[in-house]
Design a protein around this ligand. Structure first.
Ligand SMILES: Nc1ncnc2c1ncn2[C@@H]1O[C@H](COP(=O)(O)OP(=O)(O)OP(=O)(O)O)[C@@H](O)[C@H]1O
Length: 596
């Protein structure tokens, strides 16, 4: 088989993206099909489709099967200034040391680096000013030792580029509320006549933005603040797309030429922000605007290439450079100091869980997965705390559990309850499948759930009250987006069937089924699609045997979607196996940050 026929065949069978094939063909048209640079273009583009920002030689040597018509590479390609360039060249691929990039990704990484570097020096505030204002916001007595939430809030005020990471319920949003108040209070203390900093809040998805708005408002309500400070606090979070004015064509309205009018941006769920979107955000900010990324480093990253939050967290050590440690000590916060680079000072990690009760199986399971702690996993399996349950990978039992949770919701819808109440009930439970296809995949599981509802007389015809759907396409005209989940209800106005969606401001939107963009059943969804959402109760369905798709990040994300009760269906031992499978996104960000 010729090299190009091999590429075409793989693209046809879905093992390469059409884009990968097209880029390789482009290089072949300029060289010839057997040229190794065709292979390199194919390899780098394919890696980008897998979420990697670049490719190194060891990863390249593991790519594709043995029937590949090119020999295994022995070295990265030499720059030729045209197809393969070095930084600064106009070429399709950029070789930077031992890494090969699509030129676009190298450039995006360079922009993130530049934006971070420009924000490395911390803000000048007289020592003690922060501590004085923080005293009222952080009453003493939150556990022993150093109050890391207080450190995180001061860090976010002091550092124009800050990262706050922590698992679910570690008080990130609680801290952000105080960080924002502190930013405003210290600005006013320094110059009572200057206008207060303009603050914007954003998140990568609508659901995450709505959640942030809700929990931030609850945290801010606890604070006693002067009227003008309260008025300057943002009242809502928006999606990053909306903040940047990104339209259907993917281009942002705000960019370096038309920057946002903002002094501080806080991005929640930042683990889901890919390199491309991060670059668009940083480009749209004025040079002196502060950036605070908040998220959970252990969650799945975005499906697009790059994982800036995780890269920066990997650089952090938990200790700080001596100068920065001394700066925090001047505010009464004696953080550990170590000889390290200032680029490693960007992150504060919160570890103490505040949300769950004394003993939370959900939190313990998340920690055991994160730490690959087989003993803790086995102990949780043997004697689970009240909020955690295990089911064997046996279909009837798993289906029965799912039906027990969803049947009452369908019944409420069938009884013609208020759409808001049906939507709220729908938001409380979800089945999360690790896989899409196969007997334990989301497609088959949904089919069986619907069949069981039909057999029980709760579903009839295509549309029935209680039918839950997940959109798989954007519809800009309707303002509905891929990943939005809705449930079918009776319209109180005329009794017709409509699909109810929650809007960002917490209202209910009713849409006729015929108007919906393409969609699928939604009682079960993939763990990937559940990112950014949380549910009171979650049933995680794992396959009955191990799969390379089961990774630590995937399971950690699934487990941390549950707020009150979690059930996991699957064979014993699968979690421990998956916990050892870590997704490492290839990127040069951390190394370039320390080197450039
Ligand atoms: N220091 C604290 N003292 C008292 N309550 C706290 C403290 N920190 C957080 N909480 C409470 O703990 C709960 C979880 O906090 P929060 O929502 O900020 O966590 P989170 O890290 O943002 O969680 P998630 O990532 O799951 O959204 C909230 O009810 C919050 O009010």
């Amino acid at each position: 088989m010729t090299a190009l026929a091999w590429i075409e065949e793989r693209a046809r069978s879905g093992r390469l993206r059409p884009l990968d094939a097209a880029l390789a063909q482009l290089v072949a048209a300029h060289t010839d099909a057997d040229d190794e640079r065709v292979w390199w273009m194919l390899a780098v583009s394919h890696q980008s489709g897998q979420g990697h920002v670049c490719l190194d030689l060891p990863a390249a040597q593991r790519l594709f099967d043995d029937d590949c018509p090119w020999p295994r590479p022995q070295a990265l390609p030499d720059p030729d200034g045209d197809i393969v360039g070095i930084p600064g060249d106009t070429a399709l691929l950029i070789r930077d040391g031992e890494r090969l990039y699509l030129a676009r990704d190298w450039q995006a990484e360079a922009q993130v680096l530049w934006a971070i570097r420009a924000r490395l020096p911390w803000r000048t505030l007289p020592g003690g000013v922060l501590a004085q204002h923080a005293a009222a916001l952080f009453p003493a007595g939150h556990g022993d030792g150093l109050d890391w939430q207080k450190v995180a809030a001061m860090h976010g005020v002091l550092r124009p580029f800050a990262v706050i990471t922590g698992g679910p319920g570690t008080g990130k949003t609680w801290t952000v509320a105080r960080l924002l108040a502190l930013r405003l209070l210290t600005a006013r203390a320094l110059d009572p006549h200057a206008s207060l900093p303009r603050i914007r809040l954003a998140a990568p998805t609508g659901k995450a933005a709505a959640r942030l708005t809700e929990s931030l408002q609850a945290s801010l309500a606890e604070l006693a603040l002067p009227e003008d400070i309260r008025a300057a606090l943002p009242s809502e979070a928006v999606t990053l797309h909306r903040l940047l004015g990104i339209g259907r064509d993917g281009r942002p309205r705000h960019n370096a030429q038309h920057p946002l009018l903002v002094d501080q941006v806080v991005v929640d769920e930042a683990s889901m922000v890919d390199l491309g979107l991060m670059t668009q955000l940083l480009r749209a900010l004025p040079a002196d605007a502060g950036v605070c990324l908040v998220g959970d480093r252990d969650q799945l990253a975005s499906v697009e290439a790059g994982a800036v939050l995780a890269d920066l967290c990997r650089l952090a050590t938990g200790a700080y450079s001596p100068d920065y440690a001394a700066r925090l000590a001047a505010e009464g916060l004696p953080v550990p100091a170590a000889a390290q680079r200032p680029e490693q000072d960007l992150v504060v990690r919160l570890t103490r869980v505040h949300r769950f009760g004394e003993r939370s199986g959900i939190a313990e399971l998340a920690t055991a997965l994160r730490e690959q702690d087989d003993t803790a996993l086995a102990a949780l399996r043997q004697a689970p705390p009240a909020d955690l349950g295990w089911l064997p990978a046996q279909r009837p039992e798993v289906l029965q559990q799912a039906l027990a949770a969803l049947r009452p919701v369908v019944q409420v819808a069938a009884e013609g309850a208020d759409p808001a109440a049906v939507l709220a009930a729908f938001g409380r439970f979800r089945v999360l499948c690790a896989l899409r296809r196969g007997p334990w995949g989301v497609e088959q599981f949904n089919q069986e759930l619907v069949r069981a509802l039909r057999q029980g007389g709760l579903a009839a015809g295509e549309w029935y009250p209680g039918r839950a759907v997940l959109l798989t396409r954007n519809d800009w005209a309707l303002g509905l987006f891929n990943g939005d989940a809705g449930i079918t209800v009776r319209d109180p106005a005329d009794g017709s069937l409509k699909v109810a969606f929650a809007t960002l401001d917490g209202a209910v939107r009713l849409v006729a089924p015929v108007r919906l963009p393409s969609h699928e059943e939604a009682w079960a969804m993939t763990i990937h699609k559940s990112q950014g959402s949380e549910f009171e109760q979650v049933l995680v369905v794992l396959p009955d045997q191990d799969s390379p798709l089961l990774t630590r990040e995937l399971l950690y994300t699934a487990v941390t979607r549950a707020r009150r009760r979690l059930q996991v269906a699957g064979p014993a031992g699968l979690l421990a196996q998956a916990a050892r499978r870590e997704v490492q996104r290839q990127s040069g960000l951390a190394e370039r940050l320390l080197r450039d």
